[in-house]
Ligand binder design. Structure first.
Ligand SMILES: [Zn+2]
Length: 320
């Protein structure tokens, strides 16, 4: 019964927040799409997440199914999504696809997608091909599975252990609004390179949203339907581009599917407002006219497990 309630409650979520949450990239600010392949790594990925957090940046992760199976369960993947990041398909075991039969290629993406769905309730809508191989057979398989191919412009090649300066110079050579940067959450060199990119471009007003083709319209509903009693809450938030300045989001806890979850909003490091989700799982809070960094937490209603952290982000409005 509880499970049914959860599914019913989740079904209404799509109305609240299509796509879970979409990072606002105002038309005036150039955007860079950071992508991390081949994770998760139990040591490196949590640090990558902290660095992104500190800079209010979001990214798109392309884990392999096999690595997910080794290292991450539902809570970790849902936490990644709570923080506004997106997830894509990077096959099951990272083979050189051009050496395989097309049925084996298809199987690689089906198994890679299933590993994500087991943990999140939805299959990724985008994929990255191992080693960036391009061939018509692979493209046909991706099309058949409804997966959008994600390529990249800049590849700082952490495997060569470049210095931060060399890596940043490489990204600058490909600098363009909407560029995709290939990184890997499995080597420590990536951490310094990521810091260098975020500092350099953050200072110049660039924004770092997740890839839109990796968001699924009913992600929030499907993620919620995958939760069972005792799980931690999940959610997401965005800054609406029109209307009064506000933060708007959704949160779902299988232990309280009827809503009423406590949501805490902090602004510039200070507690700003504590509110409750409605029966539609939504919440919304007006923000002061001048606001820097906004962080959101959701209180856990079930077993004494963790609250959910929905991340910290800076609204895309000008500080006037
Ligand atoms: Zn890879």
């Amino acid at each position: 019964m509880r499970r049914l309630l959860a599914v019913l409650a989740a079904a209404t979520l799509a109305v609240v927040a299509p796509g879970g949450e979409v990072a606002g990239s105002p038309s005036s600010a150039p955007a860079m799409y950071l992508t991390f392949d081949d994770g998760p790594n139990p040591l490196i990925t949590p640090i990558v997440l902290r660095i992104l957090e500190r800079h209010g940046a979001q990214a798109t992760f392309f884990p392999t199914g096999r690595t997910l199976d080794l290292f991450w369960g539902d809570e970790e993947v849902q936490d990644l999504l709570d923080r506004g990041h997106a997830i894509g398909n990077h096959t099951w075991s990272h083979p050189t696809l051009s050496t395989l039969w097309w049925t084996e290629v298809r199987d690689q993406f089906i198994r890679g997608g299933a590993a994500v769905r087991e943990r999140t309730g939805f299959k990724p809508s985008c994929a990255r091909v191992p080693y960036g191989e391009q061939d018509p057979g692979i493209t046909a398989v991706l099309d058949g599975l409804g997966l959008a191919l994600v390529d990249w412009q800049a590849d700082p090649q952490e495997w060569r252990s470049p210095s931060r300066e060399e890596a940043l110079a490489h990204v600058q050579r490909w600098e363009e609004d909407g560029m995709v940067v290939l990184l890997h959450d499995r080597k420590w060199q990536t951490l310094g390179i990521l810091e260098a990119i975020l500092e350099h471009y953050g200072d110049r007003g660039w924004v770092f949203p997740p890839l839109p083709e990796c968001r699924t319209d009913d992600e929030a509903a499907m993620r919620s339907a995958a939760r069972v009693a005792g799980d931690s809450p999940i959610g997401g938030f965005e800054f609406p581009r029109s209307g009064p300045r506000s933060v708007r989001g959704w949160a779902y806890d299988p232990d309280r599917p009827e809503g009423g979850l406590e949501v805490s909003v902090s602004v510039d490091g200070h507690s700003f407002e504590t509110l409750r989700t409605g029966t539609d799982q939504g919440f919304s809070s007006s923000l002061p006219h001048t606001v820097g960094r906004v962080c959101v937490w959701v209180g856990n209603e079930g077993l004494p497990r963790e609250d959910a952290f929905l991340g910290c982000r800076t609204p895309p409005w000008p500080l006037d």
